[in-house]
Design a binder for this molecule. Structure first.
Ligand code: AMP
Ligand code: MG
Length: 702
């Protein structure tokens, strides 16, 4: 404890269920390091036993502690173990059954074994009942419960408390578990022997091993399963998925409380009596972040023009991630936002190895003077280690990346050696440990290698892979919907009447959203018409996590974005002291944040980069985004008045910042000409050629 990986198995007493996923086969749910894997369908017990073996091997190799839950009793009611085996130890029953149960995909002898036990222990009949084999009576095993006599209690102590649980004596019929126990315990016993000393069976053995088997019962999380089932899918698959998630997400003290049980003979159902906690931890909704608060865009009263930094601080404080999380293979992880801190599963390097091609030896055994060392037979290469030991005073041929063989701690570069068939000679003076890499000198197993909120780079994927990770916890991509508003707008490619203009903002904003790593959703163009805009916003709340509109955001007659957001009751007009920029209309449309950008393309771009970009990063789960600019001499003259911050379209030529010839806010050509923005401070500034100015390259916003 605690466990890195939780696996939950929904067992089955029956025969092979075929290749297509079906209920009542075996299902395996897995949550590894907090990330859920899709449930795995296992058609029969042979496949399941192999899958469990592989799982234990994989987790052991990665140094992860593993808990596996099985949904059948680990013990029988009081008295049975003693009567059957002569010992009250339930694990003696496991051994007993393993010797007698024969299990093939299509056939097994469970009813015969139950009949044998009944004849051995019952006075007449009992304890088992429920022979389901058509046309085949089993001596000693009744088909029904009528006339049945059981010398043992019908239920274990835990079952009398688990509402709706079944007795392990019933072998057939809907919900029966008796066959699962008979067929499951031999498999678990084989695994125990195969991984001797590494598996503890709860609650019979001390939990001091890397792998723990526990008894679970999905009935405990029925409410969470019902909720998930309403979305469709196979019940068993939901059960194992949700129970694995629940145990993985439980606070440690709760987990400990669930495991602190004394039930030496009958065993116990893990989590019994803690159903509320389990259901809470299992709930699908728990992984969805809460929506934004209705007042998240409210502005302090009485401020006329909000300075840029204050506006940004408000956005930083009021917004939080609105996207769920998932686990993704490394191949799909580039550009995604990391959802939680990630630790190295393995050290890098995992073993001491050589950094060069050359010859390895133990430094302490070098003779005095210029050494001449006999070579041992064989060599060590990357991936092909030398299995033997290198004797003192000997050397071995070794190639870059090879693990240092036993008896080697230093490597001499082949260029510094005179090599003959059977010996090498080189000059004295090499330092101990030369040309080698220590295990873990780069990263030690367990180190945090990547932090939550990071946007994953190609190099991050190298680091994750090198340290043993194949998947990463990421946030779902933020979905950004874009709407253009205005009666004057037409679609490029269509005829434009006098007074009409082509929609410039939508292609720009959709492309920006994609450049930022988000999913862009094109909601088209709407005229200055409230019903049309309302319908577009409604589509936006269904298809996206954030809506960007352009145009119609001021407070004129045709400013329908602000009018509608106002009507929805969660809107604020952000008058920010910035140029270029008109008021931004920020609000919520049915809980979905809306950024109402100015229609003017220059202002739309600047407001997107300066305000919407960091806000979107926050909603996407990424860290707060501050564009990294640098100071350059200006190549222009400007006398700036105090009162608002200004952004000029700019580029670097000859090491100086040039600005576009016109500040006209309708000049889209200047946006395309520019390679970044010059940021002039809120206060006054008198810029002449050579004055230092801050340049923000467009790439610094990505
Ligand atoms: P508005 O914010 O709606 O008052 O629009 C301000 C200016 O931006 C007007 O000249 C609009 O025609 C122009 N404009 C609005 N939306 C767009 C757009 N999608 N593409 C190009 N210009 C636009
Ligand atoms: Mg307009």
């Amino acid at each position: 404890m605690p466990f890195d990986t939780i696996a939950i198995v929904d067992w089955s007493g029956g025969n092979d269920r075929g290749a297509t996923p079906k209920p009542d086969a075996i299902w395996l749910g897995l949550t590894r390091q907090g990330e859920d894997a899709p449930p795995i369908y296992l058609r029969n017990r042979h496949v399941a036993e192999q899958a469990l073996t592989d799982l234990i091997e994989t987790e052991r190799a990665a140094g992860r502690r593993l808990l596996i839950g099985f949904d059948f009793p680990f013990g029988y009611p009081k008295g049975f173990a003693q009567a059957l085996t002569g010992q009250s130890d339930p694990l003696a029953v496991w051994d007993w059954l393993e010797c007698r149960i024969h299990d093939k995909p299509k056939t097994n002898n469970r009813f015969d074994v139950a009949g044998d036990i009944n004849r051995q222990l019952g006075q007449g009949v009992g304890p088992f009942w429920g022979n389901a084999r058509p046309n085949h009576d089993v001596p000693g095993l009744p088909r029904r419960k009528q006339g049945y006599h059981n010398p043992f209690p019908d239920m274990r102590a835990c079952e009398t408390r688990a509402q709706g649980s079944f007795t392990c004596w019933q072998l057939a019929g809907a919900g029966a578990v008796g066959s699962q126990v008979l067929m499951g315990l031999p498999v678990l016993n084989r695994l125990r022997r195969r991984f001797a000393g590494q598996i503890a069976v709860w609650p019979f053995e001390p939990l001091e091993t890397p792998v723990t088997f526990v008894e679970i019962w999905p009935g405990l999380i029925n409410p969470a399963v019902k909720q998930a089932e309403a979305q469709g899918g196979i019940r068993d698959a939901h059960q194992v998925r949700l129970l694995a998630r629940a145990l993985a997400h439980l606070p440690l003290p709760d987990l400990q409380a669930m495991l602190t049980i004394t039930a030496p003979e009958e065993g116990w159902i893990m989590g019994l009596g803690h159903e509320d906690k389990l259901n809470r931890a299992a709930s699908d909704r728990a992984l969805q972040p809460p929506p934004l608060r209705d007042d998240c865009f409210a502005l302090p009263a009485g401020v006329d023009w909000t300075p840029v930094d204050e506006a940004l601080a408000l956005l930083h404080d009021r917004l939080h991630p609105v996207v769920g999380r998932a686990s993704t293979p490394l191949a799909d992880a580039q550009g995604r936002v990391l959802a939680s801190d990630v630790t190295a599963q393995r050290s890098n390097p995992s073993q001491p190895n050589t950094a060069v091609d050359g010859y390895g030896f133990a430094h302490a055994t070098l003779p005095p003077g210029d050494p001449v060392l006999p070579l041992v037979q064989g060599r060590a290469a990357a991936g092909v280690p030398f299995e033997g030991a290198v004797p003192p005073g000997h050397a071995i041929r070794i190639l870059t990346g090879a693990a240092l063989p036993t008896g080697v701690d230093t490597v001499i570069l082949q260029e510094d050696v005179n090599a003959a068939e059977a010996e090498i000679a080189f000059r004295a003076g090499i330092k101990p440990g030369a040309n080698t890499r220590r295990a873990g000198e780069d990263v030690a197993a367990g180190d945090t290698i990547l932090q939550a909120g990071r946007i994953l780079t190609p190099a991050d994927l190298a680091l994750a892979s090198a340290t043993g990770l194949s998947t990463l916890p990421v946030h779902n991509r933020l979905r950004v919907a874009v709407i253009s508003t205005g009666d004057e707008l037409v679609e490029p490619g269509n005829p434009a009447a006098p007074g009409q203009i082509f929609d410039a903002n939508r292609p720009m904003l959709l492309a920006l959203a994609r450049q930022f790593g988000f999913d862009a959703v094109d909601l088209g163009r709407v005229p200055d018409d409230r019903a049309a805009l309302r319908a577009a916003l409604d589509r936006g709340t269904e298809q996206a996590d954030l809506i960007l509109t352009s145009g119609g955001a001021s407070s004129g007659d045709e400013d329908h974005v602000s009018a509608l957001l106002n009507e929805a009751g969660a809107m604020a007009e952000w008058r920010i002291a910035v140029k270029p920029g008109r008021p931004l209309a920020l609000g919520l449309w049915h809980k979905t944040p809306v950024f109402g950008l100015p229609g003017n393309p220059v202002a739309a771009l600047v407001c997107t980069l300066i305000f919407a970009r960091p806000a979107m990063a926050r909603l996407a789960g990424a860290g707060w985004h501050i564009p990294q600019g640098f100071t350059l001499p200006a190549a222009f003259t400007k006398n700036k008045k105090p009162g608002r911050r200004e952004y000029l379209r700019a580029r670097i030529r000859d090491g100086r910042a040039e600005v576009f010839k016109s500040e006209g806010s309708g000049r889209i050509s200047g946006l395309s000409w520019a390679e970044g923005l010059v940021e002039l401070p809120d206060g006054p500034a008198n810029i002449t050629p050579g004055s230092p100015v801050t340049f923000l390259p467009f790439t610094s916003f990505l």
